[in-house]
Each structure stands twice: as C-alpha cells, then as structure tokens.
Write a protein that binds this ligand. Structure first.
Ligand code: UTP
Length: 408
C-alpha cells in the first residue's frame, strides 16, 4: 500500500490522525506503518458507537448439565470410550495462549509465569504435565496445537524449546499465530503505540479455528484423523486436558461440543453460565443474568443457571468445519491501552481508557447444534491465574495446587 492509498483508506474510516508523525519516520518505519494500515480491519471500529446493541441476547432458557452423580455412574464406560478415541489418535488439544495477560501484569507470556515456591514450576509446565498423564494412561501422544500472537510468539516458542517442551515430544507440538486488531479510544480512534505503529492487541480467542486453518494445520488434523479438539486456556493450572471421561461422555451423548462446567460458588460469581438461547446452546455472561434468572430454581430446589464455564471445550472437528465461514459476534472490551499523548510520549494509563475488539470462543458454542455441559469438581480442576492478588490469582491458584498434592 502506498501513501496515497493509505490516506484514502484512513479518510474512509476517519483515522487520518495515525499519520501525524509520518514525516518524522525513516523509510523503513514508513513502509512498516503503511503495511500495518493495509492489514488493519478498520470497518469494525465504528461498532464501538453502538456497543450495547452488539451484546443483545435472544430468549434465554436453562440447559441441564451432566452432573457429578451421573458421571460417576457411567465413569467406567465413558473413560473406556474416551481412551479408545485417544488411542486411535482421534483427539487433539489446542492451548489458547495468544492473550496478553494484562491483569497479571507480567511482560512475559502467561505460560512462562513461575508459580513455584521452593522450586521452579511454570504454568506451561503444569499444563504439559497434566496432558502427559493422559499420554501415560493411553500410550498415545496427543497432538498439541499452541496458539500465540505476534506479541508473544517468539518468547513462547523460545521458552518451550529451551525447556525441551517439558518432556513433550516436539513433533507433536504445533504453533500457530492468531490475528491482531487495532485498539482505540472511546470514540473509535486508533491509538498509536509508537510514532510509526498503530496500537494493536490479539483479537480474542474466538478466531482460533480460522487461525489454525490459515496456518495449514487443519490439513494435519485431517491427515492424522483427529475428530475432536479440546480447547483450553493457558491460565487454569489444574486444567485436565483430553480427559478421557469427558471425551467419552461427549461421544456417548453424541454432542457437537462438550463444555466443562463448575457449580458457581455464589449467585453473582463472575463466570459465564451455560444456557439455551433461542433454543440453541449458549453462554450467558454473569452481568446479563437478571435477578429473576439468578434466583430461578428447578423442582428439586437447585438453581437453574448454576453451571459456569471454565474455558475447556471439546469440539467435534466436522462441526467446526461446517461453521468455519460463519461470523462470530464482535465484543468491544474496555481496557487500559498504552498510547502516545499529544506530546508524542508513551503513557501507560492506570484506568481503562479505550477499547479492544475481540471475538470469543464462547460464541462458537451458540453456533453448535448440541452441547453437553459436563460438571467437574471445582477444587480439582479450576485454578485460574488471572490477577496478581485476590480472586483468581497466583495466590489462590497456589493454594488449590497444594490442595491437589502439587509440591510448589
Ligand atoms: P483472558 O480473557 O483471560 O484474556 O483469556 P488475557 O488476554 O489472557 O488476559 P487479560 O484479560 O489481558 O488479563 C482467556 C484465555 O484465552 C486466551 C488467553 O491466552 C487465555 O488462555 N486468549 C485470549 C487468546 O488466546 N487470545 C486472545 O486474543 C485473548
């Protein structure tokens, strides 16, 4: 893209201000800025003017989860079915590690965080260790796809290579990068993070399948006969990956997707809750629940909107392929975004000052015909590391790890 074309595109979307320092840039910086302008989807940015409309939901109804008692009753059968699928190479795992982990406040990728106390224990190590347990039980290496973004790719790859993938077989590890999206102020104007750089951030975890496909890895999935992909977040250190009983339950119930869920610990806990939306599986965010829904109970007296998702989903690959050309809704999220001020100095704000534009994996659930919410014991499988301190923090995850017998 040349300067004239860039100006045309910027004028169309009211973003001409990003060329403010163009004359000060050297030739290489100019080319990089023009390339960035070319690659950036600016059409989505005007959506911030009608944010509220984007979040509107259809008619919400409860969706029953498969609860612990039912799982226990069928554990042997589900586990056998799951193990058989894993042994046949039909299950792959996808680690979503493209996020910025801004709340944790570490400059490194979240997986590089050392959660140990008396020894080094990295988050990546915890996750790989958990996956290796299933490899041990089934005698089958499971393809592990790792999504990064341009912001943390090199650091992630270098770190994992330096640590010999914590014992995982390198030929079963595949990296791919997700897309970035521009970040803006509250009026939808793109921030600059340098005189020749638009402010960008990863575009949410919802683009994982398209990014995997664009990286050519869907071909590998098909060639290897992988029929199920277990998507999981980087920041739950108790995460069970390719859990045979879960895999078996989803196969037995013939669902397009399974979602691990936990009982909420309070009616207003900040987790998305499984439900039906206009008759299809969906996830309703905690702030979208009305008081009536929060207090609704079934005939046994159990709360109806009670099972929160923990970002561990098992998707059937053939259904993913079917939905791959459907658009996901856009989420506009308030964040603290570093930016160049009027004087051209980089400012790190203490409070949210603008928006990031994201697609979310939870919206893929709504595109699926059927979903099995599968209950897991919170203390055994859910130890999220989101914040430095307090709720869902390094501290709380350490306690849960220790309670599960992990030596820190
Ligand atoms: P979060 O929603 O916690 O976002 O991600 P985050 O970027 O890691 O953290 P904050 O909000 O800045 O503190 C949940 C999971 O989705 C992945 C994360 O790496 C994490 O595993 N994710 C998130 C992506 O892979 N890409 C994204 O663009 C966003």
């Amino acid at each position: 893209m040349n300067l004239v074309q860039a100006k045309e595109k910027l004028a169309k979307y009211g973003q001409e201000h990003v060329l403010k320092y163009y004359d000060e840039l050297d030739e290489q910086e100019r080319q990089e800025l023009l390339a960035q302008i070319d690659a950036t989807d600016m059409s989505i940015l005007e959506s911030c003017r009608h944010r509220e409309q984007l979040e509107q939901k259809g008619a919400i109804a409860p969706l029953a989860a498969m609860q612990l008692s039912e799982i226990e009753e069928h554990r042997a059968d589900f586990t056998a079915v799951g193990r058989e699928a894993i042994r046949a190479g039909k299950v792959g795992a996808v680690l979503l590690a493209g996020g910025m982990g801004t709340r944790l406040g570490s400059d490194n990728p979240k997986g590089m965080y050392d959660i140990g106390l008396t020894r080094k224990l990295y988050i990546f190590e915890c996750l790989i260790h958990n996956l290796m347990q299933v490899v041990g039980q089934t005698d089958q290496w499971i393809h592990l796809f790792i999504m990064t973004s341009d912001k943390n790719h090199q650091a992630t790859v270098t770190f994992l290579k330096e640590h010999d993938f914590f014992g995982y077989r390198p030929e079963y590890v595949h990296f791919f990068m997700q897309e970035l999206a521009a970040s803006t102020d509250r009026n939808g104007k793109i921030y600059l993070e340098g005189k020749g750089r638009l402010s960008t951030s990863p575009n949410g975890n919802g683009g994982w399948f398209i990014s995997l496909k664009n990286a050519g890895l869907l071909e590998l999935v098909k060639k290897e006969g992988i029929e199920w992909l277990n998507i999981f977040s980087v920041d739950n250190v108790l995460q069970k990956i390719a859990d045979p009983c879960f895999v078996g339950a989803v196969i037995r119930r013939d669902c397009a997707v399974g979602a691990k869920v936990v009982r909420k610990n309070a009616p207003d806990e900040k987790v998305g809750v499984m439900c039906l939306e206009d008759g299809r599986p969906s996830i309703v965010e905690y702030y979208e629940l009305t008081d009536e829904m929060r207090n609704a109970r079934d005939e046994k007296g159990d709360p109806l909107y009670y099972f929160g998702v923990i970002l561990n989903y098992l998707f059937r690959v053939r259904d993913l392929i079917e939905i791959s050309d459907k658009h996901l809704p856009l989420h506009i999220v308030e964040k603290k975004i570093p930016y160049l001020n009027e004087a051209g100095e980089l400012v790190h704000p203490d409070v949210p000052n603008g928006y990031k534009y994201e697609n979310l994996v939870l919206d893929m659930i709504h595109q699926m015909d059927s979903c099995l919410p599968y209950e897991v014991v919170r203390e055994k499988e859910f130890a999220p590391v989101k914040n430095k301190e307090g709720i869902d923090s390094v501290e709380s995850a350490r306690v849960l790890l220790q309670e599960s017998g992990v030596i820190l």
